[in-house]
Design a protein. Structure first.
Length: 316
């Protein structure tokens, strides 16, 4: 039919309409994408191990609406020997007449490529996030997840006859926040370098140092609706702790506080609940003089200078 219109009252069944006619109503009025202001806007998060969560929200795809009213979980299956990128998608299958949450696995490779978005007459996809899946991985961290919702070539925000999201403002806020975090991180980094240099300057000419002079361990927890979580380790002055919230480096006293074996989020920049907190705990195992063990060995100041040089390379 060259021309269609609607809707009119039927007389003796001369005007009948179906679901496609209803869906056509949205065409040109509302774009495909995710609603940025509904629920958790279908955000993809790591919730431990190889399990991912897709938050609540609404979306439009191929003029079909989809609603997620409770968080959905997906399970990643790594390749045994090669790395891979996976795509977390909302997929509209016209042949099966449904919209589903799917994992589109990329091709395993030493240097893998991102899986492409399918957008044909029968199958359309909105890519919510790309996941970097390491070979034989036992967990997915938030830093392995790249959010694609704001990028129109992958997904995009719904635009049209609704309250609009000013993406320029959104990007400006994100950029400003990142710049402020980087400045604060640089200040913190310089302070720690100064503290380390002061400690180093007070060393004697020779120390008995365990060859594994520093050890570290990573822990991950998720906050409750009050931004609270119990520490998964014993906190004391002998340990240095780096804290990352949803993959971003956090500053103690501004973004969080640690008291009585628990952590409390204080920054309004983070969601209230289900924030992923990663702790990197460093413990010094330096011993002096006669206090060494059979595994200890004498290391000169020049050896320590080489160790410091390697540490500074990793920091920079």
């Amino acid at each position: 039919m060259a021309l269609r219109c609607g809707y009119f009252n039927s007389i003796d069944n001369d005007r009948t309409y179906n679901a496609d006619d209803m869906s056509k109503y949205f065409e040109g009025l509302v774009s495909d994408g995710v609603y940025a202001t509904v629920g958790n806007a279908c955000v993809v998060k790591s919730i431990g191990g190889l399990t991912l969560s897709v938050g609540t929200g609404r979306a439009i795809i191929n003029n079909k609406w989809v609603s997620i009213d409770s968080p959905q979980t997906l399970q990643i299956t790594p390749h045994t020997s090669l790395n891979r990128y996976d795509a977390i998608c909302l997929q509209c299958n016209m042949n099966e007449r449904k919209v589903s949450l799917v994992i589109v696995e990329g091709t395993p490779a030493t240097e893998p490529q991102l899986p492409v978005r399918t957008y044909t007459s029968s199958t359309q996809e909105l890519i919510l996030a790309h996941i970097y899946v390491k070979a034989n991985a036992d967990k997915i961290t938030q830093s392995d997840i790249t959010d694609r919702r704001a990028i129109s070539s992958y997904c995009g925000w719904v635009t049209g006859l609704i309250k609009q999201v000013d993406t320029s403002e959104l990007f400006l806020q994100f950029q400003t926040s990142c710049e402020e975090k980087l400045k604060k991180f640089d200040t913190w980094q310089n302070e720690k370098k100064t503290e380390y240099q002061d400690w180093f300057d007070n060393l004697t000419e020779s120390l008995t140092v365990n060859v594994n002079s520093f050890s570290s361990r990573t822990y991950t927890v998720e906050t409750d609706e009050n931004g609270y979580a119990e520490l998964p380790f014993t906190y004391n002055d002998n340990k240095k702790v780096h804290v990352y919230i949803n993959g971003l480096f956090a500053i103690e006293g501004e973004d969080y506080t640690i008291e009585n074996d628990s952590i409390q989020l204080t920054s309004l920049e983070f969601d209230s609940g289900s924030d992923v907190i990663t702790f990197v705990v460093f413990k010094s195992e330096v011993s002096g003089g006669s206090g060494g063990t059979v595994d200890d060995e004498e290391i000169s100041v020049s050896d320590i200078e080489n160790m410091v040089s390697e540490i500074e390379k990793n920091i920079n």
